[in-house]
Each structure stands twice: as C-alpha cells, then as structure tokens.
Ligand binder design. Structure first.
Ligand code: ZN
Length: 152
C-alpha cells in the first residue's frame, strides 16, 4: 500500500557546514535549531572520511563501510521527520574518490565534512512519525488512516 500525504513548501534555508563537523549530526542540529520537523535535504561538497551503511534485508541489520580518504559528495539526498518524538534525519550519500569511482549508501555518523553546501527545504504538513515496520524491520513512516491513502 502506498501512503502519501500532501505537504506544502514552508521555507528553505541554505548555507555551508563547518569544516570537521560530523555530517549527519550537523544537519540534524541545523534542523532542530531552525524548527524543521518535516522536510527534504540536498547537499554537495567533500568529506575527509565517511561511514555508510547497507541494510541487509535477510538479517535485518546494517553493515557499515568506513572509508578513510578524501572524497567528493556528488549527491546527498535526505528527509526530515520524527522518530521517538525527536527530529530525525534520514539521508543517503554518493561519494566519488580520486579515480572517479563512486560509493554510496545510508549516511551514518562518522562522516566528516571537509566542505559542504547544504539546502534544506521545510514543509508544512502533519508530523511524519517513524514506527517499527514488521515487513522490513525498519523504522518507517506511519501514515495509516490519518490522511489520504492511495491504493496501488
Ligand atoms: Zn537509509
């Protein structure tokens, strides 16, 4: 079942992150400071090192890959919602090394900013809350019943 809700553009903020900051923690802190509880994130830049996750669908656990080298952030794409009552950022990242090879995955703590230009778009809409999903073992948005449900 597809679950979608309408959201409305509220505001956008853009700027650069601090050199040496933890990428995921920094974006989360910015959302909290600016009162953004629903939104989307886009960024480009470079990192000094990275930690990216891959969700094993069989074991239902994340395996993490740590890359200790300078890389370009060719794309960071994410969203902002609520988990356990707190602002929660979920982002995926694609990184390219000095040979142009790309790595990608679920952005994890431990990814350190060299430079990063970030745009965060805030939406108005009902709070999207993450709850445990039996089918996947993941904390997914629970929209059930409160808003428009579209059947596939
Ligand atoms: Zn993910």
């Amino acid at each position: 079942m597809v679950q979608m809700i309408p959201v409305k553009h509220a505001k956008a903020i853009m700027g650069r992150l601090r050199h040496g900051a933890d990428l995921l923690e920094e974006i989360t802190a910015i959302c909290r400071e600016h009162g953004i509880r629903l939104g989307r994130i886009e960024a480009i830049g470079a990192v000094k090192k990275a930690s990216i996750g891959f969700y094993d669908q069989q074991t239902r656990t994340y395996a993490y890959l740590t890359l200790v080298k300078a890389m370009e952030i060719t794309k960071l794409s994410g969203n902002v919602s609520i988990k356990d009552g707190e602002v929660f950022v979920h982002a995926h990242i694609t990184l390219a090394d000095d040979t142009g090879r790309a790595y990608g995955g679920h952005l994890a703590p431990g990814t350190i900013v060299f430079a990063c230009e970030c745009i965060i778009e805030a939406f108005e809409g009902p709070a999207l809350e993450r709850v445990f999903d039996e089918e996947t073992g993941l904390a997914l948005w629970d929209i059930g019943g409160t808003e428009t449900e579209l059947k596939k």
